[in-house]
Design a protein around this ligand. Structure first.
Ligand code: FES
Length: 83
């Protein structure tokens, strides 16, 4: 299934980036795959797909989706409040 139409990023590409350790965040997916860099409409679906992929990878790799979600993003405090 295509997640990002603009950059032709499929869910299997996204899962591959997570599985290879190249992506643990949306920022990583943007950098590695270009996902979300055009119209941005794919971001909500990408976030869901990322969480699913991280949960799959977490089965044995030690990457925890909750840990990733709790990491502050640029412009956010640790509590998630906008700076
Ligand atoms: S669908 Fe992903 S940037 Fe447009």
């Amino acid at each position: 299934m295509i997640i990002c139409v603009c950059k032709a990023v499929s869910d299997s590409k996204l899962r591959g980036a997570v599985r290879d350790g190249r992506a643990v965040s949306l920022r990583d997916l943007t950098r590695e795959l270009g996902l979300g860099t055009c119209c941005g409409k794919c971001v909500p679906a990408a976030r869901t797909a990322l969480m699913l992929a991280l949960n799959e990878a977490d089965q044995g790799a030690g990457v925890n989706a909750a840990t990733v979600l709790s990491r502050p993003q640029a412009g956010q405090s640790a509590s998630g409040a906008a700076l």
